[in-house]
Design a protein around this ligand. Structure first.
Ligand code: PEP
Ligand code: MN
Length: 355
């Protein structure tokens, strides 16, 4: 199903990269919202984000102030002339936002992972004319992300965009959510005129990662950035570690290099991601080959055979050498590669024979 898209057309926002949406993870108090928004507005930020309803992993945490926070967003619109945006996860959220005149809605990663919830949201959006940004689902499933977009689009919402916020993993290392850049890159290839916002705060989960992740998003030709910024980040009621003050945000944005997008999908960064994927596939294949080698090692041990059988080794070098040359690679290169692979295979089999 093709998407029927129209430009986001955000009032008062120039069509210039990056479109920046910034503000606290959560609206906490009227004072915190006004204070943060005022500082952001002074730095030229024109769109505020603030979560009113917060999806939390476990019960008992701060789940957002709820509807009482919506009038605070209206104050930001009236007094500072900013556009305001928040996350919606239920039909009631959509209705309350529309009543309050929220300018932009986004759908959170946990909601996008649930087709029932997405359909309910889509049904609640029928007949509305509001820009909607759909975050990637928590799991790395491009089809599910596109399915979510199709549902919202099916309700007649054409001012659509997406937010790349990374993907959950069990093993959290550098990133809170793995960027897996090839997924938004593939989305761009499939739906070229869908605006993409990078969310460095939720990918990185740490202040220090915001700047490099913003730059990476721009290097890939993303149209916008959604960044968490709080007047007093250390005291934030949610996501304290990944928020920066409006001053720091301004400093980060100021240092970014905005590059030409004319060759977006074939930019150097995109090509490098492809190289990374090839390398990772190579390693997986090599490890599969070693597993088979070890099985052969067990067979040789049971049958009291020697590890190296020269006839077979020569056959591999000749056969693969010829195949490599046919595929445009040099004879010496093929020889080096296969000698190294053979050496490691022998080492692994010797290990088994001596167990
Ligand atoms: C958020 O933007 O504060 C949020 C809850 O994000 P996500 O849905 O990406 O976890
Ligand atoms: Mn957050």
């Amino acid at each position: 199903m093709e998407l029927n898209l129209s430009p986001l057309n955000l009032p008062g926002i120039e069509d210039k990269r990056p479109i920046v949406i910034a503000g606290p993870c959560s609206a906490e108090t009227e004072e915190q919202v006004m204070n943060t928004a005022t500082q952001l507005a002074k730095k030229g930020i024109k769109i505020l984000r603030a979560g009113i309803w917060k999806p939390r992993t476990k019960p008992g945490g701060f789940e957002g102030v709820g509807e009482v926070g919506l009038p605070w967003l209206s104050r930001v619109q009236k007094e500072l002339g900013m556009l305001v945006s928040t996350e919606v996860a239920t039909p009631r959220h959509v209705e309350a936002c529309m009543e309050a005149g929220v300018d932009i809605l986004w759908v959170g990663a946990r909601t996008v992972a649930n087709p029932f919830a997405m359909q309910e949201l889509a049904d609640a959006m029928k007949g509305l004319d509001v820009p909607v940004l759909v975050k990637n689902p928590v799991n790395p499933d491009l089809e599910l992300w596109i399915g979510g977009l199709q549902r919202i689009n099916g309700a007649g919402i054409t001012r659509l965009g997406v937010i790349h916020r990374g993907f959950s993993s069990y093993d959290k290392r550098l990133y809170r959510n793995l960027p897996m850049w090839h997924i938004p890159i593939e989305l761009r290839r499939r739906i070229p005129n869908l605006p993409i916002f990078g969310d460095p705060s939720h990918i990185g989960g740490a202040r220090e990662l915001i700047a490099p992740l913003c730059q990476q998003a721009l290097d890939l030709g993303f149209e916008g950035l959604l960044v968490e910024s709080h007047c007093n980040p250390d005291c934030a009621w949610s996501d304290a570690k990944q928020q920066v003050t409006p001053d720091v945000l301004d400093f980060i944005l100021d240092k970014l290099t905005v590059r030409n997008t004319s060759i977006t999908t074939e930019s150097l960064e995109a090509l490098r991601r492809q190289i990374d994927e090839c390398d990772s596939a190579l390693i997986e294949l090599l490890s599969k080959r070693m597993r088979v080698c070890r099985e052969i090692g067990h067979y040789k041990r049971e049958h009291n055979m020697t590890v190296v059988q020269t006839g077979r080794y020569t056959e591999i070098l000749d056969k693969r050498g010829a195949q490599g040359v046919l595929c445009g690679m040099g004879t010496d290169f093929m020889k080096t590669i296969f000698e190294a692979i053979h050496e490691e295979s022998v080492r692994q089999q010797i290990d088994i024979l001596n167990k």
